[in-house]
Design a protein around this ligand. Structure first.
Ligand code: SF4
Ligand code: SF4
Length: 232
């Protein structure tokens, strides 16, 4: 039974520890083992053993930027704003990516699509889209938050610069390049298709109606530019 006069404690009772590890590594007889004759001879240069050993190992240096090492497949690099198969933008300007970003690196301004100028199949599109790569920590939370898979990350990592301003990427730098069957927005949705059809994969490329629309739009723009040049 415990002595009521002893102070209460949860610690185990301490006993004298006389193991070599607790007494500074000294052997029980109190003396360190002396090196032999060979050990004494090489003692002054023993530290160079590491140096000599390293000299004959394979050199891991990469000759960057001449030789670029491929990244891991799922490496988090520069962001990309994706397009639907006809070229319309997937971004609907909802700003969820900006709210999800822990570094406050994304700035989005949405705007309404109109019949005259449609950039995405939905009601809204991302009119302004910026990512500040001075802040981004490449965590990928923004791409998780995106409801339309408009935002993904590429494997590109060469984004260094000596100025600050070029590291704030604008929408035109982030938009995915146009593939051969894609058109440059704005243009109407594919004939007979609704917004949901785009997300159900029913649109597989641009239609003849969309191509005609873009051709006429470009022709009108060229005419207007020619008129403006003639007047000036
Ligand atoms: S990767 Fe992370 S830090 Fe960079 S923009 Fe997306 S959420 Fe923000
Ligand atoms: S990238 Fe995605 S989350 Fe961000 S504004 Fe566009 S649709 Fe919304």
């Amino acid at each position: 039974m415990a002595d009521p006069t002893e102070p209460h404690t949860n610690e185990p009772a301490r006993t004298a520890d006389t193991t070599p590890a607790r007494t500074g590594g000294a052997a029980p007889d109190g003396g360190k083992k002396e090196p032999g004759l060979l050990g004494q001879l090489f003692a002054p240069v023993a530290g160079f053993g590491v140096t000599f050993g390293t000299m004959f190992r394979k050199v891991p240096t990469q000759e960057y930027p001449e030789v670029k090492r491929p990244t891991a497949t799922r490496y988090h690099g520069r962001h990309q704003l994706n397009r639907h198969p006809d070229g319309l933008e997937k971004c609907v300007g909802c700003e969820l990516c900006a709210w999800a970003c822990p570094a406050d690196a994304i700035y989005v301004e949405g705007a309404d699509n109109t019949d005259e100028a449609r950039f995405s199949p939905g009601e809204r599109y991302g009119r302004v889209y910026q990512i500040n790569y001075l802040r981004c920590i490449f965590c990928g939370l923004c791409i998780e938050a995106c409801p339309t898979r408009a935002l993904t990350m590429t494997n590109e990592y060469e984004m260094a610069d000596s100025e600050r301003a070029p590291l704030i990427y604008e929408k035109h730098q982030l938009l995915a390049p146009l593939r051969p069957d894609m058109l440059t927005p704005p243009f109407p949705m594919a004939e007979g298709m609704e917004e949901r059809d785009y997300y159900q994969g029913k649109v597989t490329g641009s239609t003849s109606g969309q191509r005609d629309y873009v051709e006429q739009r470009e022709a009108r723009r060229s005419e207007a530019e020619a008129d403006a040049e003639a007047r000036s």
